[in-house]
Ligand binder design. Structure first.
Ligand code: GTP
Ligand code: MG
Length: 343
């Protein structure tokens, strides 16, 4: 990345080039279908439907694919057969699975204590959810990750670009400047490597996700932020009878997020709101739980609960993760972003 200062850049350039070569093997462009006898027009139809890689193709059902205008069942069969010659869609050995896990990168949060809690940082190919009360640091962590993702992997970064979907209008590009400076990076270059969109409806939010596949198949993205994932759903579905429909649309969007994470080896960081939990128990004075119900709970790989501590300190608790203990870390919000607590 061009964001790092000169001397460090020279030092790391060679290793980064090697990294990028390795990346090339991660996903196969959908155009490769042409070499397998699929005509370019049909490949274009897949791209128009948001499918840019052969790896991505297998994440759609045949029913979905035949729903694409101009693709008959026979054509879809031919396309799937051709794609299977390019990507292995079946079983792999445990050793290969381990190798695949090794392409997973952990991106630093800016706080060593928080990184340790997360087993090294936020993980690519997974969804990290942060929920918690207002001003607990969810958006500040998003801003810090915007910068740290661009660090080389040797410096606990992701050596990649960032996509930011903002549903609450709380992205502050001016906050990126001191955070970039803290990490010794050029703020202008860091800002250039972030693509940002403000979403106004849940449909808009979904369409923005669809548009990302094209960008991510062309350039190395390592982080997608959705802050917050649920706010627009709570605005757009207000009627009592609308909850089932809301959950169905939410599930659809979350499934899109999971696909992006896995297809492009991207870390998805999404924030969530908290709602009152009347069933939280009589010994908890102000019981709260994450919004989004089971649909959201199932989608997140790692769920983190944020709360305020004293002063600028914040506490993060692992709420639900398959391979992490339920523990806590204290961090601090500073002008340079998330950092370790001072005392
Ligand atoms: P909601 O979106 O309202 O639910 O909250 P959130 O969890 O996203 O909170 P956010 O990450 O926006 O954290 C806001 C907190 O960060 C506030 O307490 C601010 O005072 C603090 N903060 C923001 N910028 C700075 C800064 O430059 N320096 C310091 N020290 N604190 C900051
Ligand atoms: Mg926020």
């Amino acid at each position: 990345m061009a964001a790092l200062k000169a001397e460090e850049q020279n030092h790391l350039q060679l290793m980064e080039r090697e990294e990028m070569d390795a990346e090339d093997d991660l996903f196969e462009a959908i155009e490769k279908l042409i070499n397998q006898g699929i005509n370019a027009g049909d490949v274009k139809k897949l791209q128009d439907a948001g499918i840019y890689t052969c790896n991505g193709l297998m994440m759609f059902t045949k029913k979905h694919l035949t729903g694409i205008k101009g693709l008959s069942e026979a054509k879809v069969d031919k396309i799937c057969e051709a794609a299977e010659k390019i990507v292995n869609y079946g079983y792999i050995t445990g050793s290969d699975a381990l190798l695949k896990r090794k392409s997973v990168i952990r991106i630093t949060t800016g706080s060593q204590a928080l990184d340790e809690l997360l087993g090294g940082g936020i993980e690519t190919s997974a969804i990290t959810e942060a929920f918690g009360e207002f001003r607990s640091g969810k958006t500040q962590l998003a801003h810090t990750l915007c910068v740290s993702t661009q660090l080389p992997t040797q410096m606990h970064g992701g050596n990649g670009k960032v996509a930011y979907i903002d549903t609450e209008g709380t992205f502050r590009p001016d906050r990126i400047v001191p955070i970039a400076e803290r990490f010794g990076m050029d703020p202008g270059a860091v800002l250039d490597n972030i693509i940002y969109a403000r979403a106004y409806t849940y449909e808009h939010q979904y369409n923005l996700l669809l548009g990302l596949a094209a960008k991510m198949s062309e350039e190395p993205y390592r982080l997608l932020i959705v802050d917050s994932v649920i706010a627009l759903f709570r605005v757009d579905f207000t009627g009592r009878g609308e909850l089932a429909e809301r959950q169905q649309k939410l599930a659809q969007m979350l499934s899109r997020l999971i696909k992006i994470a896995e297809e492009f080896n991207v870390a998805v960081y999404m924030t969530n709101q908290v709602i009152a939990d009347p069933g939280g128990g009589m010994f908890i004075s102000d019981p709260k739980k994450p919004a989004g119900g089971h649909v959201l709970a199932r989608a997140a790989t790692i769920r983190l609960m944020f709360r305020k501590g004293k002063g600028e300190q914040r506490v993060c608790k692992v709420f639900d993760a398959p391979n992490l203990p339920e523990a806590e870390a204290v961090f601090q919000i500073t002008s340079g972003g998330i950092a370790d607590a001072k005392d």
